[in-house]
Design a protein around this ligand. Structure first.
Ligand SMILES: NC(=O)c1ccc[n+]([C@@H]2O[C@H](COP(=O)([O-])OP(=O)(O)OC[C@H]3O[C@@H](n4cnc5c(N)ncnc54)[C@H](O)[C@@H]3O)[C@@H](O)[C@H]2O)c1
Length: 308
């Protein structure tokens, strides 16, 4: 069988972007062409590790004609602005979670991507976990009977140092992270729940900051009402003593790259066969709507409806 042409990828933002570089390198029919970061040390390290080109300016990465897909792994509040520049040049996209911290910007991107005819994929790698896929199948086929409630918790903890230093200062801010533990880490669980159970109609939520010096929150709880009538209790963070453990629950970089690799291969296939990616940007918007509704409910003390 003839070998398929490899699709050229570029990665911007080399924190989580390092995992993308690994995932692209390991993926079938994908090639890491170039990486980009304003942090020269990170840039040099990844260029040396993968033997790829490197740029200190995003526009230089975009101007590289061999870059057909841009993986956006910069702080969450920058995602859509960067994505729109890429789409304007006809580049396909992978965008880290959350797609952005503002729903109106995500909607703008969906429209721009549709008009440009490019493929746009969001990273929500929990949806690729085999157990989660089996759960989705079982629920969709009605094998669990009528769902009357779902309970989800995410007892992860980030040390205070996570929020400090040159790559920590945007984290836990309203302006760039769009929130704290809920928008940054909890959004994985929020997405999983809406993906498994269905769209959310309204939310009652509360949040606070108990174990960190950040302006947003490190603990949140919510009750979600679903469009199909179900209710669910969502507890997203616990106090430090309950949750100190090894792995991704306490170390953000302990997340593996296999889910990302699966998503890269899926996007390559979507480009080749002109279909939507398995995890489209459109499908990743609702998680951000839910998180924002939880924050609004926490601020106002009222139940918040999510308009569709
Ligand atoms: N899927 C996951 O499990 C997962 C895990 C961690 C982070 N993330 C997501 O990845 C994104 C980045 O998070 P992180 O923890 O890696 O943050 P980080 O701060 O460690 O990395 C972001 C990088 O972007 C670079 N950068 C900032 N502005 C830039 C610009 N204008 N041009 C080029 N580079 C620029 C920074 O120098 C930094 O190296 C966030 O959206 C986050 O939610 C996803």
């Amino acid at each position: 069988m003839a070998k398929q042409r490899e699709i050229g990828f570029g990665v911007v933002g080399l924190g989580m972007g390092k995992h993308h570089a690994l995932a692209i390198t390991n993926a079938r029919s994908a090639r890491l062409v170039a990486v980009c970061d304003v942090d020269e040390e990170r840039l040099k390290q990844v260029m040396a590790q993968y033997g790829c080109r490197g740029y200190g300016e995003y526009r230089e990465l975009l101007a590289d004609e061999e870059v057909e897909v841009v993986a956006i792994c910069t702080p969450s509040g920058m995602h859509v602005d960067m994505a729109l520049e890429a789409v304007a040049l006809g580049k396909h996209l992978i965008v880290e979670k959350p797609v952005d911290i503002r729903v109106d910007k995500i909607e703008r991107l969906i429209e721009a991507g549709r008009n440009a005819g490019v493929k746009m994929q969001a990273i929500f790698q929990s949806r690729t976990v085999p157990l989660h896929r089996r759960m989705k199948e079982a629920i969709s086929e009605g094998r669990l009977g009528k769902l009357i409630g779902v309970h989800a918790t995410l007892p992860w903890y980030r040390k205070q140092t996570y929020y400090e230093g040159p790559h920590g200062s945007w984290k836990g801010t309203w302006a760039m992270d769009g929130g704290g533990s809920l928008m940054n880490q909890g959004v994985h669980t929020v997405d999983l729940v809406q993906w498994l159970v269905g769209r959310v109609r309204s939310v009652m939520g509360a949040f606070g900051v108990y174990a960190h010096e950040i302006e947003t929150e490190d603990t949140s709880v919510a009750v979600l009402k679903f469009e199909n009538g179900e209710q669910k209790m969502l507890r997203l963070y616990g106090p430090k003593e309950q949750v100190e453990s090894e792995g991704v629950s306490s170390d953000p970089m302990a997340v593996g790259a296999s889910g990302h690799q699966g998503e890269v291969e899926d996007l390559v296939e979507a480009i080749r066969t002109d279909r939507d990616p398995y995890i489209s940007i459109e499908s990743a918007k609702h998680a951000v709507e839910i998180v924002q509704a939880i924050y609004e409910s926490g601020r106002t003390g009222r139940e918040v409806s999510i308009a569709h």
